[in-house]
Design a protein around this ligand. Structure first.
Ligand code: PBG
Length: 321
């Protein structure tokens, strides 16, 4: 038998494989999520996310310096406040945990791209992402609070604000608020296609943001819908989003890939807590090699078309690269 085309020729050595590699990963495109909490001197492991800690603002600078040494230049901050209330006031206070952490990071490593998640769920006593009115979350009452939070974070020095509340018009409201306050160059990364996903479970126990009643299906997207994601992304771009995000990543690679084809803005993918925890628990059981599996997962997200990847694996991956 005569075989003319032998695909294996190009796989024969490490050198050839490296030349033929279509997708490259680098630390510069990874964003490390960081949980910052009230208090002092705290580095506290998160049970549902092995390898990830909560840091108090005085400890976060050291961590970001360690990340910078291995090439990770961007972080995405989530805050855990001392007090929660009905309106999530700790989210938009200039003395809140996020402004504190932003200044600590800018003091430690000024070149860090500091991104701040903008949402109310970690700050409300009911755990929903906006203001409760009647039995649900009121969209339009929530917008000014999100805008206020974004301005407070920009004032503290955040480079990027990332609204994740899935309120309609949130990007426009935030752009308007930032511009009016003189923060015309603050970047907005919209959580444009954010699904009502089971894969946020470990994050919610880490941040104490589980809704105390009901669920988030009236504002986050239905996992069955891909066309609707294109509509959401288009709206966010029209409202002024500089970067659009798809979240979670792994169960939605088709959405990332379709968005890549349609839109000419940077696309972020969020490899969320549940995706991380599944892999970690399989590795802890000895069923897979966690480091190798993480690399494969991130390559798949990149291959699908993401430009930047927000991932709890950032540190371990950057050490392997
Ligand atoms: C806040 C927010 C959530 C996540 C990011 N921002 C939780 C949620 O919507 O319930 C999840 C991130 C993760 O699971 O890693 N709205």
């Amino acid at each position: 038998m005569e075989i003319k085309s032998r695909s294996r020729r190009l796989r024969g050595s490490e050198g050839l494989r490296s030349l033929m590699s279509e997708t490259k990963l680098s630390a510069g495109e990874l964003v490390a999520p960081i949980f910052v909490r009230y208090g002092k001197g705290i580095v506290e492991p998160i049970a549902s996310m092995p390898g990830i800690n909560r840091y108090s603002a005085d400890k976060v600078g050291d961590y970001v310096s360690a990340l910078a040494e291995i090439g990770i230049k961007s972080v995405l901050l989530f805050g855990i406040p001392r007090h929660k209330d009905r309106l999530g006031t700790a989210a938009y206070s200039d003395e809140g945990i996020i402004p504190k952490a932003v200044s600590a990071i800018k003091d430690a490593v000024p070149s860090t791209v500091v991104m701040a998640d903008v949402c109310l769920c970690e700050y409300t006593d009911h755990g929903h992402c906006g203001v409760i009115r009647g039995t649900g979350v009121d969209n339009d009452m929530t917008l000014p609070l999100l805008s206020k939070a974004a301005v407070a974070y920009a004032r503290a020095g955040a480079d990027v604000v990332a609204p994740s509340a899935m309120m309609d018009g949130q990007v426009a409201a935030i752009r308007g608020g930032l511009d009016a306050a003189g923060y015309k160059d603050t970047v907005i990364m919209g959580y444009s296609a954010k699904y009502a996903s089971e894969f946020y479970g470990p994050f919610r126990s880490a941040a104490g943001s589980t809704p105390q009643f009901g669920n988030r299906k009236a504002y986050q997207m239905d996992p069955a819908n891909a066309r609707e994601a294109m509509k959401e992304i288009e709206l966010d771009i029209k409202e002024g989003a500089d970067i659009v995000m798809i979240k979670p990543a792994l169960a939605y690679l088709d959405v990332i890939s379709e968005a890549r084809r349609r839109f000419n803005v940077p696309i972020a993918a969020y490899n969320v807590s549940g995706e991380y925890a599944m892999l970690k628990s399989a590795a802890a059981n000895g069923w897979i090699d966690g480091d190798k599996a993480a690399l494969e997962v991130l390559l798949s997200i990149k291959r699908a078309g993401a430009d930047l990847i927000i991932t709890y694996h950032a540190e371990t991956i950057a050490r392997q690269l």
